[in-house]
Design a protein around this ligand. Sequence first.
Ligand SMILES: *Cc1c(COP(=O)(O)O)cnc(C)c1O
Length: 218
Amino acid sequence: GLLYDMRLLSEFCREREMLLIVDAVSAFIAEEIDMAALGADVVLTGSQKALACHPGISLMALSPRGQERVAENPEVCSYLSLKEALRNGERGQTPWTPAVNTLLEINARLRSIEARGIDAERAEIASRAKAVRDALTSTTLEMVPENPSNAVTALRCPASNAKAIIERAKTGYGMWLCPNGGALCDEVFRIGHIGAITEEDNDRLIDCLTSLSAEGLF
Ligand SMILES: *Cc1c(COP(=O)(O)O)cnc(C)c1O
């Protein structure tokens, strides 16, 4: 749930002449990313997050320096061959048959974002995140990071009952929240704000959270 300080990371990489590779899988659209200003060499995302399309396509943007590095380095895997992807890109194609249906979805989605303006899209995500966070301020749940991304809200449960909260939201309210894996599975759960979520959906989510709080879960 943390929004990285990209200026800090960018300066760090610039000073050391390191390539900057940005995993923007969930930040893409939700947060502003200016590849040129950051001096980012690779920015990658997927079809299934804020683009809200079916999974199956990874999108990757490479700076000229990033492309040079691809050309210099030996290939280690034939399926993920950036050399082949760049070569085929020159004729407007991919090396192998991609998930064509998902590409068509992405194309339609990008056209709609372009028509509406990326700022409106980003503001909508931010307003959904704010509405959820505002509704939780009077509960015992704590925001995990100090500098949260608008893409997702990561919440710490002082009662270590994250699994019970998720289960109750699902069975009691038909609302699926995102469990955390690993060592924090009882402490933390997450609420996504990206994707095909309407204002009505968000209101339902807030009603669900308010009810869970009233039930004493947090
Ligand atoms: C979702 C996500 C991933 C994982 O991507 P999947 O294709 O869903 O497995 C990686 N990095 C970030 C920042 C993500 O949000």
